[in-house]
Design a protein around this ligand. Structure first.
Ligand SMILES: [Fe+2]
Ligand SMILES: [Fe+2]
Length: 378
């Protein structure tokens, strides 16, 4: 999933969640009772909505329940999107992408790979390390999806498929790093250990809609980061270009899934959907923020033109267009306020990007994971 998202911007005053709102007018949404009924026993309530997560309450808030009901009603859409997703997917595996061509001596193949990889620049190696480690945060993200969408609901079919696909991303990059010798692997493994041990708890306020806003933005960000890293590193070593191209294409398909789900959420429950989007879009919690040396690594990838605030700006603008935020009608006061907040985000992001570029000065970096080779970037 998620790539390096180096955009740390203070939240603007988005409308707060927790105010009672009318249900989605005219929509036949599942009721709380229907979620309990049929084949879904009460224990199927995703843990995030269970009272033990809400010490001051005996049951989830009405706002959370309303969102749960909308998501419980999306099974046909999810089935359709998953069928389309799987029909278009090319199910590659790490050992296939990295295997020597037939009739090639495997040892000679790896030696030649190592020789080519020597030409990969240090900033490109840092980007590769950051992308790899972010992919290896998968346990954090699987947990978040399982907690917010439920382990025993139909959503788990998607969560499990998505996890199985994502698991190959970290694996192929690890295998590439080992075969090519492009990174200091013992350092890399320790960083991964620290990253997983540190945990990742974005402030989603028990709001399951934010899952889809976040994953939409992050899958797109990851796609950009992998694709651009592949271009930079692939100049000297084409195999990493091919690997990252395959990973990026898969992120693009995940992005399509998540943004399509959220588009339907907006259609069914526009006020709450816009409130959730307004909470996240100005600034997303960086997935690798608890990773050792994250900020310096993110600074390198910005300076290398791989991913930075201007890319995040483009991604936000793209979602505003795709979700047609400005055209959502029939909103209540809170929904309208959220709509205004979202529409103001691009200008704010532009100012942030301008300020960051103006302030930026040439700087030297050194990372153990890239063999402690000092390099300077403008
Ligand atoms: Fe992904
Ligand atoms: Fe991924």
């Amino acid at each position: 999933m998620v790539g390096a998202v180096a955009v740390g911007i203070a939240m603007v005053g988005a409308a707060t969640v927790g105010v009672a709102m009318p249900g989605a007018a005219g929509m036949a949404i599942a009721t709380r009772e229907s979620w309990f009924s049929g084949s879904l026993p009460p224990r199927c309530w995703p843990p995030v909505w269970q009272s033990h997560r809400l010490p001051a309450m005996t049951e989830p808030s009405s706002e959370t329940l309303a969102r749960v009901e909308v998501l419980a009603d999306l099974e046909p859409l999810v089935q359709r999107l998953m069928a389309t997703h799987e029909a278009k997917r090319v199910l590659w595996f790490p050992s296939e992408l990295l295997a020597p061509p037939p009739d090639t001596d495997p040892d000679a193949y790896v030696s030649e790979l190592r020789e080519r990889a020597r030409g990969i620049s240090t900033p490109a190696r840092v980007a590769l390390a950051l992308n790899l480690l972010t992919e290896e945060g998968l346990p954090h993200f699987h947990r978040l999806l399982a907690v917010y969408l439920g382990g025993d609901t139909f959503w788990s079919k998607w969560t499990n498929l998505w996890t199985a696909e994502e698991d190959r991303h970290g694996a192929v990059l690890h295998d590439y790093a080992r075969d090519s010798g492009v990174l200091d692997n013992p350092v890399l493994e320790r960083m991964q250990f620290e990253y997983l041990r540190a945990g990742f708890e974005p402030e989603w306020d028990r709001d399951p809609y934010r899952v889809f806003v976040y994953t939409t933005l992050q899958e797109r960000a990851t796609q950009v980061s992998h694709a651009n890293t592949g271009k930079l590193a692939g100049e000297h070593e084409p195999l990493i270009g091919t690997v990252l191209n395959n990973v990026a294409r898969e992120e693009a398909r995940h992005y399509i899934f998540y943004r399509s789900v959220f588009k339907e959420v907006i259609r069914r429950d526009p006020d709450r959907a816009l409130v959730s989007a307004a909470e996240l879009m100005p600034s997303i919690d960086m997935p690798g923020v608890n990773m050792p040396h994250f900020r310096e690594m993110a600074d390198v990838i910005r300076r290398a033109g791989i991913y930075g605030p201007r890319d995040y700006l483009k991604i936000v603008e793209e979602q505003i267009r795709y979700w047609a935020i400005d055209k959502v009608e029939g909103l209540n006061d809170i929904g309208r306020k959220a709509q205004e907040t979202i529409m103001a985000v691009p200008k704010r992001l532009e100012r942030v990007a301008d300020a960051m570029e103006t302030r930026s000065r040439a700087k030297s970096f050194i990372f153990d994971v890239a063999f402690a080779r000092e390099f300077r970037m403008s």
